[in-house]
Design a protein around this ligand. Structure first.
Ligand SMILES: [Zn+2]
Length: 276
């Protein structure tokens, strides 16, 4: 096999990367590529019963378990949950992160998003996009000779712009892998999020029932993404397969990294047939 591709997914919380791009991460790993998932905050506020260092430790372990499902890594930075700011210190850390990983493709949140940690994670990655190539910027981490491609994770926010994927992928074959990853985040998908949404009483107690409950809750998002990206899926996969794709993830090129042009799309998404 030729040199493995390197995918770095930089999220704000210890479940964002797998939640938004678990399908791409699974497909990359299945093809022998390298996947690093990152959370810039330690997740220490994401619970209604137990917060602080105990929760941060618990979420670190959940993230490791999730990464282990596909053989990826999950790095958790130590910024407090809900308190990430686009400071110089944080920018320096993100620059060093990207340089040390040497990614071909970096994924992160879009800059407009409901959660301030998501917004500032996006800001930090965008702020790092060019300076990763500047030798005397954070000289302690060896600079990159070329910018990686940077793209945004999917969301459904409408303002100021609707998410417009540059590439969309069929994640049907790896839906169970994604669910298996999310299943590791017990504190989130079976405790905090159901509590926050007022459905804590609906979470099944038994493990297999939980997994099915999580799948039933999660896959409408993937189905909705496939419906939203249908035109692009048909372009990329051809009219027959593209029309039938049930579950999809999409990624929108960011203008600040190397461009996600046709050559980059073919190189970075080798499992897409590009029927166009
Ligand atoms: Zn998040």
């Amino acid at each position: 096999m030729s040199t493995p591709l390197r995918l770095l997914i930089i999220g704000a919380h210890p479940d964002d990367a797998d939640y938004a791009a678990g399908g791409l991460a699974s497909l990359y790993r299945a093809a022998g590529h390298v996947v690093g998932m990152v959370s810039l905050t330690n997740g220490d506020a994401g619970h209604h019963v137990k917060a602080g260092p105990t929760l941060a430790q618990r979420r670190w372990q959940e993230a490791q378990n999730s990464a282990a499902v596909i053989g990826a890594s999950y790095q958790i930075f130590d910024f407090h949950d809900g308190e990430l700011m686009p400071t110089l210190d944080a920018r320096h850390q993100v620059v060093a992160l990207i340089r040390n990983f040497k990614p071909d493709l970096v994924l992160t949140h879009r800059p407009n998003d409901y959660h301030p940690d998501h917004r500032y994670t996006s800001q930090l990655v965008q702020d790092a996009a060019y300076v990763v190539t500047v030798p005397f910027y954070v000289p302690s981490a060896p600079y990159l000779s070329r910018d990686p491609v940077i793209a945004y994770l999917p969301d459904f926010f409408q303002k100021p712009t609707v998410f417009e994927p540059t590439v969309a992928i069929d994640v049907g074959p790896v839906v169970d892998k994604i669910v298996a990853m999310l299943h590791c985040h017990t504190s989130q998908f079976y405790e905090w999020l159901p509590f926050n949404r007022g459905v804590a009483d609906q979470v099944p107690a038994e493990d297999a029932h939980r997994r099915q409950w999580l799948k039933d809750w999660f896959i409408p998002k993937l189905r909705s993404q496939a419906d939203h990206y249908r035109k692009l899926l048909i372009k990329l996969y051809g009219s027959e397969r593209g029309a039938k794709i049930e579950f999809a993830e999409g990624f929108e090129g960011c203008e600040y990294g190397a461009p996600l042009d046709d050559e980059a799309r073919r190189r970075l998404f080798p499992f897409v047939p590009f029927a166009l």
